[in-house]
Design a protein around this ligand. Structure first.
Ligand SMILES: *[C@@H]1O[C@H](CO)[C@@H](O)[C@H](O)[C@H]1NC(C)=O
Ligand SMILES: *[C@@H]1O[C@H](CO)[C@@H](O)[C@H](O)[C@H]1NC(C)=O
Ligand SMILES: *[C@@H]1O[C@H](CO)[C@@H](O)[C@H](O)[C@H]1NC(C)=O
Ligand SMILES: *[C@@H]1O[C@H](CO)[C@@H](O)[C@H](O)[C@H]1NC(C)=O
Ligand SMILES: *[C@@H]1O[C@H](CO)[C@@H](O)[C@H](O)[C@H]1NC(C)=O
Ligand SMILES: *[C@@H]1O[C@H](CO)[C@@H](O)[C@H](O)[C@H]1NC(C)=O
Ligand SMILES: *[C@@H]1O[C@H](CO)[C@@H](O)[C@H](O)[C@H]1NC(C)=O
Ligand SMILES: [Zn+2]
Length: 441
């Protein structure tokens, strides 16, 4: 297991490079996209926004309607949404950049945290190749619940949110897309809408400010929006200050653009340990990992495309052969580029046939309040008119059916958000599946 983890991590270097290449080209294309801001420095726990998340409107402009990536990816400004570059980290750089770590806002947030309670896990080192250096880590005892080393999801430290790594509902495919919003996603988003599918969308803060209509569409269509850090780095290699900034400025960007502040996040490459989890917990964030990995981001690059297609087919088979009879999966897939979105569109019809439910992670785990703002809620699984794949298809509901205004004064069941996080250790068979998925290549 540990040896295999090390092997898996060697693929990180390629991943980091791939993302950085994309980042560089994206930043170059859109550096002029940053509009001006009115958003005064917000109180740390409640970033501000002019967007009403229940009444998002997106104009029909070529960038929001075309299926031609060149047209879709032309930068634009959003009337009324002003982003002052002075108030934000540099796009695609560590979120302490541009003086953010010395701003009054960030200093106040940083000082509000009790660092004496932070787990003492060291800041990890990256190898020359860009992967993680595991030298000196006690992998057998895994004292820091370091997922990259052990796939650990239940913290060893106290008062730290446990990771969610599967849908608790049986025979359920947990639909997740990372690294968006991608400017060229119109065909993909239209497809999900036509298929009445809702996904958990893990958005990169830099992409959210570059492509605000992309993020607005995600929320408007009823997807579950979550935080995927500002600049997509190995989180355990960052200092406390950097980890805090990566998470906080992404929450703030998503709030500014969509009007909601995510309570769920996903570490890039799954790289999380108890120190990072503690910092996320201070922002009320819970990590969402996965138990099946398609490696779709690598398709056609470090992994042949038909290897990824075979992986998709194996995961589809698992929907009918009893693998998920007692609890479901969460599958790692990406919105990162045309290849990954095309693979999703190709296989989703088969996935829907093979699995009883295809759901975002909030719905499949009865997380009714995935955001700080209680006005935006998710219908629990199994409730009347819940957005199960069958129910949603039958209802022919609009794209926003998965997100509804809370009945005024109604409180979400406080236990529901914990249902996924408090489950016991992953059965060995599931860990084996993870291993299979991660190490298939
Ligand atoms: C976390 O949630 C609690 C309870 O909802 C709230 O009081 C607190 O302000 C939140 N903290 C942050 C940093 O958002
Ligand atoms: C802020 O971050 C920069 C690196 O981005 C670092 O050099 C500097 O020491 C940090 N400042 C404080 C006050 O922590
Ligand atoms: C289900 O299918 C998967 C993928 O083909 C396979 O690895 C697994 O062993 C099968 N499980 C059962 C119980 O047949
Ligand atoms: C978005 O997708 C396009 C391909 O459709 C790709 O070229 C581009 O790099 C992606 N952008 C980001 C920021 O990932
Ligand atoms: C994107 O993928 C679609 C298949 O869904 C293909 O028809 C199209 O040519 C691709 N576009 C680019 C720019 O690669
Ligand atoms: C979700 O809530 C429904 C009732 O609304 C219940 O039937 C179901 O078992 C719950 N599922 C999970 C995973 O908590
Ligand atoms: C469920 O949907 C049906 C038909 O679309 C509607 O008549 C009913 O009021 C809905 N029930 C709830 C609880 O929303
Ligand atoms: Zn990612």
């Amino acid at each position: 297991m540990y040896w295999k983890s090390v092997v898996a991590i060697t693929t990180l270097a390629a991943a980091v490079q791939a993302v950085e290449k994309k980042a560089a080209s994206s930043a170059a294309k859109s550096s002029s996209a940053a509009p001006k801001s009115t958003a005064a420095a917000a109180a740390p726990s409640t970033p501000s926004s002019a967007t009403n998340p229940l009444a998002i409107t997106i104009p029909s402009i070529p960038q929001t309607t075309s299926y031609d990536p060149t047209v879709e990816c032309q930068s634009y400004t959003v009337p009324g949404l002003t982003i002052d570059p002075k108030e934000w980290p540099t796009i695609w750089e560590t979120a302490t950049s541009n003086g953010m770590n010395t701003s009054a806002e960030f200093t106040q947030l940083y000082n509000s945290i009790d660092w004496t309670k932070a787990p003492a896990a060291p800041v990890r080192k990256a190898t020359a190749a860009g992967g993680l250096d595991f030298a000196g880590y006690d992998a057998n005892n895994d004292p820091d619940c370091w997922w990259s080393s052990s796939l650990c999801t239940i913290p060893k430290a106290k008062d730290v949110n446990a990771d969610i790594y599967r849908c608790e509902e049986p025979e359920t495919w947990g639909l997740t897309y990372d690294d968006g919003p991608n400017c060229s996603h119109n065909a993909f988003m239209d497809f999900l809408q036509q298929q009445n599918l809702k996904a958990s969308m893990f958005y990169i803060g830099s992409n959210v400010l570059d492509w605000p209509y992309g993020a607005m569409r995600g929320l408007k269509d009823g997807h579950h929006i979550a935080d995927h850090t500002w600049s997509h780095q190995l989180m355990t290699t960052l200092t406390n200050q950097e980890v805090l900034a990566e998470l906080y400025y992404t929450q703030k960007a998503i709030k500014l653009v969509t009007g909601v502040t995510p309570k769920y996040w996903r570490p890039a490459f799954g790289d999380v340990d108890d120190r990072v989890r503690y910092i996320a917990t201070q922002l009320n964030l819970t990590a969402v990992i996965w138990n099946l990995d398609t490696d779709d981001w690598a398709a056609g690059n470090s992994v042949p495309e038909n290897t990824v297609e075979q992986t998709y087919q194996d995961f589809i088979t698992m929907g009918t052969n009893g693998t998920f009879a007692t609890s479901g999966n969460i599958v790692l897939t990406h919105e990162i580029d045309n290849t990954t979105m095309a693979l999703a569109m190709k296989y989703l019809p088969q996935i829907k046939q093979a699995y009883k439910n295809v759901l975002d992670v909030a719905t499949c785990n009865n997380i009714t309040q995935p955001y700080m703002e209680s006005a935006v809620t998710v219908t629990p699984f199994g409730a009347a008119n819940a957005s199960t794949s069958a129910g949603a298809a039958a209802s022919g509901a609009s794209g926003a059916s998965g997100v509804a205004p809370a009945a005024s004064g109604s409180a979400a069941p406080s236990s529901s958000a914990k249902s996924g996080a408090s489950s016991l250790t992953a059965p060995a068979s599931l860990l084996a599946l993870v291993a299979l998925a991660v190490f298939a290549q």
